[in-house]
Design a protein. Structure first.
Length: 285
């Protein structure tokens, strides 16, 4: 009995450490975003915003007012929304068709095609950046379209791979019954199988959205000659201080909090479908 209690205590201590390790950076970002420049420079650093003189609790929303008055940041949020939503929609559309074919149809080269798709996810982004940038310049594509197409390189293979496993787990009797009723393969896919993949679609779609929303390397490269198309990670990186050589740390933290909140809300809203998508196919019976 004593040994089981020790294990339980150790488990909860480990859980508390992991929770602290994951949440502390976000807490520190919120804490720093509520401080003025003088409060940020206080030593030792304070875990809550305090007045430099009275040491009383004194939060400030100045950094949030500044970033929402910053047209560069607002434009970056809009660009990120357009690019991330477009990338997610294209990845889910193309990925669901490919996953249906790879998971339910039988044709030559199906397994090699699936392994090639998996292999595409193993290449680091930087290895394809130079060649991709040359192709984009040759085709003279806009910065936003360039980002959408380039983000498909790492969102589409992942989406296809996950959805293929989900389609494979659907009972074959569903497709057979639809064929007996005279449904075409497309009707079977669109009207019967696709609605059943909603948990997997939400899971892969959200992960694809987060990947496109947070991407920095491609966005920095493709918007180098078109500053108006900068996404929000690049816009934050270009924040300038009120005076020369000043790092606007508080504003950067405030922008980071604002950018993170939509992702957290999406996860909270779709958490049940995300869990269902991640655990689909784990139990067979």
């Amino acid at each position: 009995m004593r040994k089981s209690k020790v294990k339980k205590v150790a488990f909860y201590l480990l859980l508390a450490f992991i929770l602290f390790y994951l949440l502390f950076p976000f807490y520190w970002a919120v804490n720093s975003s509520l401080k003025t420049e003088a409060q940020i420079q206080m030593t030792p650093a304070t875990f809550i915003p305090r007045d430099p003189v009275t040491r009383e609790f004194s939060p400030s929303f100045h950094n949030y007012r500044v970033i929402f008055d910053n047209q560069q940041f607002i434009r970056g949020v809009w660009n990120s929304t357009v690019v991330a939503v477009s990338t997610t929609a294209l990845a889910l559309t193309a990925g669901s068709f490919a996953a249906f074919a790879l998971g339910k149809l039988r044709f030559k080269g199906r397994k090699p095609a699936l392994y090639m798709i998996l292999a595409m996810t193993m290449f680091p982004q930087v290895t394809v950046l130079a060649g991709l940038y040359a192709v984009i310049n040759t085709l003279n594509l806009s910065a936003r379209l360039s980002m959408i197409l380039s983000y498909m390189i790492f969102t589409l293979p992942f989406t296809t791979w996950v959805l293929t496993a989900f389609f494979k787990g659907l009972p074959p009797a569903l497709m057979e019954s639809a064929q007996v009723d005279g449904a075409t393969p497309f009707q079977t896919f669109y009207r019967i199988l696709l609605p059943l993949t909603a948990p997997a679609m939400v899971t892969t779609g959200l992960l694809a959205f987060i990947a496109a929303w947070n991407e920095y390397l491609f966005a920095l490269t493709f918007t180098s000659i078109d500053p108006g198309a900068r996404t929000v990670p690049v816009a934050i990186a270009y924040f300038g201080g009120a005076v020369a050589r000043q790092e606007p740390f508080g504003e950067i933290m405030a922008a980071a909090v604002v950018v993170t909140v939509p992702i957290v809300l999406l996860v909270l809203i779709f958490q049940r479908r995300i869990v269902a998508g991640l655990t689909a196919g784990a139990i067979k019976g």
